[in-house]
Design a protein around this ligand. Structure first.
Ligand code: DPN
Ligand code: ZN
Length: 329
């Protein structure tokens, strides 16, 4: 926790908006633009770090999700480790990121006799000594389209990455996105990634934000409370909109943040619920159906495009964007 506080503070104070530019321009809701501004005379006051994330368009998130479901359908009907659906999904996401200008890497691993990949995307030229990571698993359990689990997190992250590229933002800290393989077999891809970090690379990761199941049909709003400083940045987004959140206990230690946590990297993330039933109290708070699971199709064949709440997707996408902007400004 001390590390994250430090990382967060540092990210804020080293906000690199050139002073001359800052004095002359009005913040328009994005991080600083790439430009050649040079520091002005000493008189120019340094502005507060007020970087505001852009609204992530839920229609675009939805369209990535539909594309992912369609290509999964066309490639064997799931994105299970080792199968054609997973390979097709990695190709698809990588092509979009490459087109947007990201430097993408496939990290290959072998598990249970089959090859899998993590897909890592970095903005060219961004800092490598201080990096915020955000990740989502791209695989599904066998025999299901896996639209909420975890097309939702993968699509939110993809649209966030594309939006970030589109703003021309040049965050002070590095941002690294990851789509993980073989989560459903025990966080295999993310575990492989963390195992492969040397001490320096591990120390450079100031935090990891996970998104696994963020469009649940009967949504609750859960924020992983592992690292209080990171969690607060996420809960703040919900608080200012009057949306209650709870700690993500159903998810605890059971997704790709776990290997990061085990390596002493601060983690948080968002989750809208899986197989547990919503309580009366939660239904009052969030407007869902008490007694029904948050995701009635968790690990079931009905986890298709109808099994996702656009409201949940919209909120989680914007909350995640807020955190990424805030933590890397
Ligand atoms: N991807 C889900 C799974 O591993 O089944 C994440 C999850 C974890 C869902 C814990 C519910 C509870
Ligand atoms: Zn999952």
């Amino acid at each position: 926790m001390a590390r994250v506080r430090h990382g967060t503070m540092r990210a804020v104070t080293r906000f690199r908006r050139p002073a001359a530019r800052a004095a002359a321009t009005v913040l328009t809701g994005c991080l600083l633009l790439t430009g050649t501004g040079t520091a002005g005379t000493a008189a120019a006051p340094r502005p507060a770090a007020t970087a505001t994330a852009p609204d992530i368009d839920v229609a675009d998130v939805r369209s990535h999700l539909n594309d992912l479901a369609a290509l999964t359908e066309a490639n064997g009907g799931d994105r299970a480790h080792g199968g054609p659906g997973y390979a097709a999904a990695v190709d698809h996401v990588q092509a979009l990121l490459d087109e947007a200008g990201y430097t993408t890497t496939r990290q290959e691993f072998t598990h249970a006799g089959a090859t899998g990949w993590n897909l890592i995307a970095e903005w060219p030229g961004s800092a490598t000594d201080e990096v915020l990571m955000a990740g989502a698993h791209l695989d599904s359990v066998p025999g299901v389209l896996g639209v909420n689990d975890n097309g939702s997190g993968a699509a939110v992250l993809l649209e966030l990455a594309l939006t970030l590229a589109g703003t021309g933002a040049r965050p002070g800290a590095g941002v690294r996105f990851a789509w993980w393989g073989a989560e459903e077999l025990g966080m295999v891809g993310s575990g492989h990634y963390v195992d492969g970090l040397d001490d320096g690379a591990r120390a450079a990761v100031t935090g990891y934000l996970n998104t696994d199941m963020v469009g649940s049909a009967n949504a609750g709003y859960f924020v992983y409370d592992d690292d209080p400083a990171l969690a607060t940045v996420l809960t703040n987004w919900f608080d200012t909109r009057g949306i209650a959140t709870e700690p993500a206990h159903e998810m605890s230690g059971r997704s790709d943040h776990a290997p990061f946590l085990a390596a002493d990297i601060p983690v948080s993330g968002l989750f809208t619920g899986a197989g547990l039933a919503m309580t009366e109290e939660q239904a009052d708070r969030w407007g869902g159906t008490a007694g029904e699971p948050f995701d009635p199709c968790y690990h079931r064949v009905c986890d298709d495009t109808a099994n996702v709440s656009d409201t949940a997707l919209d909120r989680t996408a914007d909350a995640l964007a807020h955190a990424v902007w805030e933590l890397t400004a």
